[in-house]
Design a protein around this ligand. Structure first.
Ligand code: GLN
Length: 518
């Protein structure tokens, strides 16, 4: 594999600026990699080879004229298929939107383009972002590059797998209950869900509008920060977009890495997000990460968040309720699939189209949500779920009075095998226990790799959460943790990533060159 695709977005941006490489070369190297590994990984639903090369050539011309639009100009990027793109189909991995090309770009996409990033294509996901494994994609699952028999997480498994298999240096995802952080965790990538309202949702196909956030997936904390700097900030097209002026996330990440110390930072370990039900190797790597943070001067304290226990139950009422309303627009009339056997009424056409266009998980949630919102049940279900949401928010407020950031394992287990949870919705939902509280409260959360679980050699993620609007704090602390781990490993975790399709070396069994303890 070409060395070029191993560079981070920051490195590639610098090499492009220095004239060491052209955007056309960088884009072609990634397209070659995509051609090589897609038959195994299936991270993409659409690959925009020609358009990407044309855009790369344009950026090269701009650069030659001294007009490169940003530090990431010419860097390729993959985009989750939940984000509208004017020049590529946008399906949210659903049959109901098969082949649909939106009439506009989502704001985060428009901002990437303006900064000169080069879209490579659209990545696979669970249908309408419902799921934790990409097994609910209508177009077949994505495979985890670390072990092709395992899930890459979801819903944004395509974006995470694309980054982890070096098909793209960076990607965009969306996170409603963990769909950026969980895939990042199980593929050894970095993923960030920004503060609710920090990044525009305009043009992101809505799952649950009060929970959805668009954010970056990358191989380093700095790369995620650079992308958030590009896509973030106020957008008048999104009524929930915050009007804040944001500090530079990249500066925060660089500061954290250079500082190399966590002195004076109070880190809260959420008691409810660890322990029973968590895989032993996940707990072990998490405990080691805490030790390292303590050794770097952090003050580690245990924090209680008693209502987090009810977060999943509340989420799986609020999300279906909002989703059932958001998905009502897919009625075969304005766009998307229309199944019309002729001489049928509008109602029959709508019913048939929705019957054939939506997969089982989407239907399950529409039914759940419609029920939870129905007269007579509204207060008992939706109403109480909203009250629980308030309690979860209060737990965060109380916790952040004691500590600067909260931490937990990003997921209870490493990547699980295909088929293990796909027919058991409850088991699939329980997988989100660690990530959902941040969405309910709107706080920012990051997952970054902290090693491989000893029992299966698969990546483990650390989740860091900060108060609303304190995204820079995430990048600062994440930058330090990453630098400490890299100093110890001598390399970023992903530079040691697996050779696709071959068994992953398991630390301790002698198959890893340095017998690494990670
Ligand atoms: N796994 C969660 C769900 O199925 C999260 C989805 C998401 O964040 N889009 O709802």
């Amino acid at each position: 594999m070409s060395d070029l695709i191993r560079w981070t977005a920051a490195e590639l941006g610098a090499r492009l600026a220095a004239g060491d490489v052209s955007s056309v070369e960088a884009t072609r190297a990634h397209l070659d990699r995509i051609a090589e590994v897609e038959p195994d990984v299936h991270a993409f639903l659409h690959i925009a080879g020609e358009a990407a090369l044309a855009r790369a050539a344009e950026i090269d011309r701009l650069r030659a004229a001294g007009e490169a639009p940003s530090a990431l100009a010419g860097v390729p990027i993959a985009i989750k298929d939940v984000l509208c793109t004017i020049d590529m189909p946008t399906t949210a991995a659903s049959r109901i939107l098969e082949g649909w090309v939106p009439p506009y770009d989502a704001t985060p996409v428009a901002r990437l383009r303006a900064a000169g990033l080069v879209p490579l294509g659209k990545t696979n996901m669970d249908e309408f972002a419902m799921g934790s494994s990409t097994e609910y994609s209508a177009y077949g699952p994505t495979r985890n590059p670390w072990d092709l028999t395992r899930i890459p997480g979801g819903s944004g498994g395509g974006s995470a797998a694309a980054v982890a298999s070096f098909e793209a240096p960076v990607a965009l995802g969306s996170d409603t209950g963990g769909s950026i952080r969980q895939p990042a965790s199980v593929t050894g990538s970095v993923g960030v869900k920004p503060t609710y309202g920090a990044v525009s949702r305009y043009g992101a196909i809505a799952l649950a509008s009060s929970l959805d956030q668009v954010g970056p997936v990358s191989r380093t904390v700095l790369d995620a920060a650079l992308i958030q700097d590009v896509i973030g900030g106020h957008d008048p097209h999104d009524a929930t977009s915050l009007t804040d002026t944001w500090p530079s996330m990249a500066e925060a990440a660089r500061f954290g890495a250079a500082e190399g110390s966590l002195a004076g930072i109070r880190v809260g370990v959420v008691r409810q997000l660890n322990g029973e039900g968590f895989q032993p190797g996940v707990r072990q790597r998490f405990a080691e990460a805490l030790d390292r943070m303590a050794a770097a001067g952090a003050d580690i304290v245990e924090v209680e968040a008693p209502n987090f226990e009810y977060a999943i139950s509340a989420y799986y009422l609020i999300l279906p309720a909002e989703a059932s309303s958001n998905l009502a627009k897919f009625d075969s009339v304005r766009f998307g699939l229309r199944v019309d056997p002729g001489r049928s009424t509008t109602e029959q056409v709508m019913a048939l189209s929705r019957e054939q266009g939506f997969g089982p998980e989407v239907k399950r949630r529409i039914i759940l949500g419609t029920y939870a919102l129905s007269a007579g049940y509204y207060d008992a279900y939706y109403g109480s779920a909203q009250q629980v949401r308030t309690l979860v928010q209060r737990d965060f407020t109380a916790a952040f009075e004691q500590v600067d950031v909260l931490v937990s394992p990003s997921t209870p287990t490493t990547a699980f095998p295909f088929g293990e949870k796909v027919d058991d919705p409850l088991a699939m939902y329980l997988n989100d226990v660690t990530t959902i509280p941040a969405n309910l409260a709107g706080v920012p959360g990051m997952s970054l790799p902290i090693g491989l679980a000893p029992e299966d050699g698969l990546p483990v993620g650390l989740q860091i959460m900060a108060p609303i609007r304190e995204d820079a704090r995430l990048y600062r602390v994440g930058g330090t943790v990453e630098a400490l781990l890299e100093a110890e490993w001598g390399a970023p975790l992903l530079s040691r990533a697996p050779t696709l399709g071959r068994p992953v070396p398991v630390p301790g069994n002698g198959s890893e060159p340095d017998g690494g303890t990670r």
